[in-house]
Ligand binder design. Structure first.
Ligand SMILES: [Fe+2]
Length: 386
C-alpha cells in the first residue's frame, strides 16, 4: 500500500483495557477519569444474561450510578436515541457506559453526543457533523465482532425510510474501551459465529481498502491471525475460553483496523439488505465476503494472499480463498440463515442502487462496483424469489 504524501490520522479510543474479568473495573476506571455519576445503557438480552449486574452493582456500591436503561432496541431507530439522550440528561450523569453488542454501543455513542449538545440524532447523520465531543463514554462489548468500541462509526435506523444510516465522526471514539472476553462466554452459537465472521470481514476490508493506513494494515493482519486460530474452535466448542479470549481481542483489533481504514463493498451491500429484511449484520457480511473476494480479485490478489496466510490457510489464490470463506460461512451456519429469507426480485434494483450510492463504503473498495455488479452479487448469494 502506497501512502505517498497523503495525510493520515490515527483514530483510537483514549484508553483500552482488555482481559478476562476486566468489566468489574468499570467503576474504578470512571473514578480514575474523575467522572462523578454515570448512566449505563444496555439491552434486555444483556440483562437477562446476568451481565448488567457485573457493571451496575459496583457502580451502585460506589455511589456512582446515575441511572440505567435496557430499552435499546436492535438496529436502534433515531427516535430511540433521542429518548435515551433525554433520560441521560435528566439523570444528571457526567458520563455514559454502553454495555452490549453493536446496537447498544452505537446507540450509546450517539446518545452521549445528543445529551451534551441538544438537537436530535438525525442532525448527526453523515460524515463529520458532530465536531465537538459529547459526554464521556465507556464502551464494553458483550459480543466479539462489531468492534464498535474502537470505531468512529455508529449505524442507526431511519424509521421513516426503513434504511440504515451512519453517523461517522472521530468524536464517537470512546474515552475508554473495556474488552472483557468473559462477557462473551454464554453467547448463543449463531451470535458467536455471525459476530466472529463479521470481525473477519472487518479485517479483510480494512486491509484491502484503498484508504488503508500502515497502522490499519498491521492491525488487520494481526486480527486475521487471531480469528484464523479461534473462530472455528469457538464455534465447535463454545466453552473454549482461550478461543473466546482470542476472538474478543481480535474483534477489537479489527475494529481499530477499520476505524483507521474503512469497510468496503461487503458492508455497502449488507446495509440495504439488513435495513429491509432485518437479518443479523454478521450473517449478511459473513455470507457475502466470498463473493466480494471473487469480484475484487483482479485488484487485490496479493493482499488476499497475505490475508489467507495470516488466517493460517497458506497463501491461496483469490478463487480458492473465496471458496474457503464460503465453506466457512456454511460450516458455522450463516449461509443457511441467510438463504432462509427469500428476497423478491423486484427489490434488487433499489437495493443495488442504495448500495452503490453509499460512497463512504464503495469508494474505498479495491475495485469499482456498478449497480449491475451489485445486483449480480445479490443474485449470486441470496435466495431470490418472485
Ligand atoms: Fe460489520
Amino acid at each position: 500500500m502506497e501512502t505517498g504524501s497523503r495525510t493520515t490520522e490515527v483514530h483510537l479510543p483514549r484508553r483500552v483495557v482488555t482481559g478476562r474479568g476486566c468489566a468489574a473495573r468499570v467503576a474504578e476506571l470512571c473514578d480514575d477519569a474523575g467522572w462523578g455519576r454515570v448512566f449505563v445503557v444496555s439491552d434486555g438480552g444483556v440483562e437477562a444474561a446476568g451481565l448488567l449486574a457485573r457493571v451496575v452493582e459496583p457502580l451502585a456500591e460506589a455511589g456512582r450510578l446515575a441511572g440505567w436503561s435496557t430499552a435499546v432496541p436492535a438496529e436502534p431507530p433515531l427516535g430511540a436515541i433521542d429518548a435515551l439522550a433525554a433520560r441521560i440528561v435528566s439523570s444528571g450523569a457526567d458520563a455514559v457506559v454502553g454495555l452490549g453488542g453493536g446496537s447498544v454501543m452505537d446507540a450509546t455513542k450517539v446518545a452521549a453526543l445528543v445529551a451534551a449538545r441538544g438537537g436530535t440524532a438525525a442532525d448527526l447523520v453523515g460524515i463529520g457533523r458532530a465536531k465537538r465531543r459529547g459526554l464521556p463514554t465507556v464502551l464494553v462489548p458483550t459480543t466479539a465482532g462489531t468492534g464498535s468500541e474502537a470505531t468512529r462509526v455508529a449505524i442507526l435506523t431511519d424509521q421513516a425510510s426503513g434504511t440504515k444510516v451512519g453517523v461517522v465522526d472521530a468524536v464517537l471514539l470512546p474515552d475508554i474501551a473495556v474488552v472483557d472476553p468473559a462477557l462473551t462466554d454464554l453467547l448463543p452459537p449463531l451470535v458467536t459465529a455471525a459476530a466472529g465472521m463479521d470481525a473477519l470481514v472487518h479485517a479483510i476490508e480494512a486491509f484491502t481498502a484503498r484508504v488503508a493506513t500502515p497502522l490499519a494494515r498491521g492491525l488487520a493482519l494481526e486480527a486475521a491471525r487471531g480469528i484464523g486460530g479461534a473462530l472455528e474452535r469457538v464455534c465447535r466448542d463454545p466453552a473454549d475460553t482461550l478461543a473466546r479470549d482470542a476472538m474478543a481481542e481480535s474483534a477489537h483489533l479489527a475494529g481499530m483496523a477499520f476505524s483507521n481504514s474503512s469497510c468496503c463493498a461487503v458492508h455497502a451491500l449488507a446495509l440495504p439488505l439488513g435495513g429491509r429484511f432485518h437479518l443479523p449484520h454478521g450473517v449478511i457480511t459473513g455470507t457475502f465476503v466470498g463473493a466480494l473476494v471473487r469480484f475484487n480479485a483482479p485488484a487485490a490478489a496479493a493482499d488476499y494472499r497475505r490475508l489467507a496466510e495470516a488466517l493460517g490457510w497458506e497463501a491461496l489464490e483469490p478463487e480458492a480463498w473465496a471458496g474457503r470463506l464460503d465453506a466457512l460461512a456454511e460450516r458455522i451456519g450463516l449461509t443457511t440463515v441467510l438463504r432462509a429469507t427469500t428476497v423478491p426480485t423486484a427489490a434488487l434494483p433499489a437495493m443495488a442502487r442504495d448500495a452503490v450510492a453509499n460512497r463512504r463504503l464503495m469508494d474505498p473498495n479495491p475495485r469499482p462496483v456498478t449497480s449491475a455488479d451489485a445486483e449480480a452479487i445479490y443474485r449470486a448469494v441470496l435466495t431470490v424469489g418472485p
